[in-house]
Design a binder for this molecule. Structure first.
Ligand code: SF4
Ligand code: SF4
Length: 313
């Protein structure tokens, strides 16, 4: 029997919340197929309750994404302020639609900072920039340099082509001397990206990363809780689904998360090397693509028995 008593993967950890699946745009690579037509959204009171529970579970950091969370700017600010009261650090992930000029960008960031926001991640790639002008992103970068305490990062989920370099060049020309922090992830065929022509051939890069470092409870606007944000796009039938807050309290779901053998395996093992997966990692666009295709396709009962065998040897 796998011993997990000493393991509490929630302590000092983070959680994610998709506040809404509504988005002002409809990117071709969106994992959750968000669009202006989607209606799902958390009630503010629900989200506040989630924060209370997360804080009581010693979670330190909450990332709020969507959809586009800042379509509900006032509600998100009330949420940030509540998180601050609870001692939680917060990050918001946004597409930057609101930064039409530097003054607007500065006002919005200042308000969020006043309410405790620690970090802002801005999506930037060929798919988002079909809809959002590079100018907006430049406004955010320039404005954020005037507020010392806030970290701004560009979150690129792109393909292996030159468009992203062209976009970064264009952005650098607009931002001048300012340094830009960037995180880079490969688009892989999941969610709406399944429909991108030739996607399997043009994924950004093969990753060398072998362990997942981002296992954390992720709550979607319908109250479904998953082991991670990316794999939440596979839905309730997948092995990543933990439970729904419509059926049981979040506290209980988090207790199950702490004892989850699947979470333990994903966080502690190099999943490319698991002997029970017939792997050919070069076929995949990175660890998440591999994880979702290889682990996500196994039935939960079967996976639990494979894990049991693996640890009993
Ligand atoms: S990828 Fe982000 S910005 Fe694009 S449609 Fe999805 S949620 Fe909206
Ligand atoms: S490796 Fe798997 S569990 Fe980890 S973030 Fe990627 S999809 Fe989620």
């Amino acid at each position: 029997m796998l011993m997990l008593e000493m393991y509490n993967c929630l302590e000092n950890s983070m959680a994610g919340m998709a506040y809404t699946f509504k988005c002002n745009i409809k990117c071709k690579h969106c994992l959750f197929k968000c669009s202006p037509k989607r209606k799902e959204k958390m009630k503010l009171s629900e989200a506040i309750n989630y924060l209370n529970v997360l804080a009581s579970e010693k979670i330190k950091y909450v990332a709020i994404n969507g959809g586009e969370p800042l379509l509900f700017f006032n509600e998100i600010n009330r949420l940030l302020a509540h998180a601050k009261k609870l001692g939680l650090k917060t990050a918001v992930i946004s597409n930057g639609f609101w930064a039409k000029n530097e003054k607007k960008a500065l006002n919005k960031i200042k308000t969020m900072r006043k309410n405790g926001l620690s970090a802002l991640a801005i999506s930037f790639d060929e798919f988002h920039q079909e809809f959002i002008p590079v100018e907006n992103i430049a406004n955010i970068i320039k404005a954020s340099k005037k507020i010392k305490e806030i970290k701004v990062k560009l979150k690129i989920r792109g393909l292996k082509d030159l468009k992203i370099l062209e976009l970064i060049n264009e952005l650098s020309k607009k931002t001048g001397k300012h340094t830009i922090n960037v995180s880079l992830e490969s688009v892989f065929p999941a969610g709406r990206a399944h429909k991108i022509k030739g996607i399997k051939k043009v994924c950004l890069k093969k990753t060398r990363k072998v362990k997942c470092s981002v296992i954390f409870p992720f709550i979607n606007p319908k109250g479904e809780v998953y082991l991670c944000c990316n794999a939440a796009c596979l839905g309730k039938k997948s092995v990543y689904f933990l439970g729904s807050t419509k059926e049981k309290p979040l506290e209980k779901i988090l207790q199950e998360f702490k004892k989850s053998r699947i979470a333990y395996l994903l966080r502690n093992e190099s999943i490319y090397d698991l002997p029970f997966l017939n792997n050919n990692k070069n076929k995949y666009a990175g660890i998440c693509h591999y994880c979702m295709e290889k682990i996500g396709r196994i039935k939960k009962k079967k996976l639990l028995s494979l894990i049991e065998d693996y640890y009993s040897k």
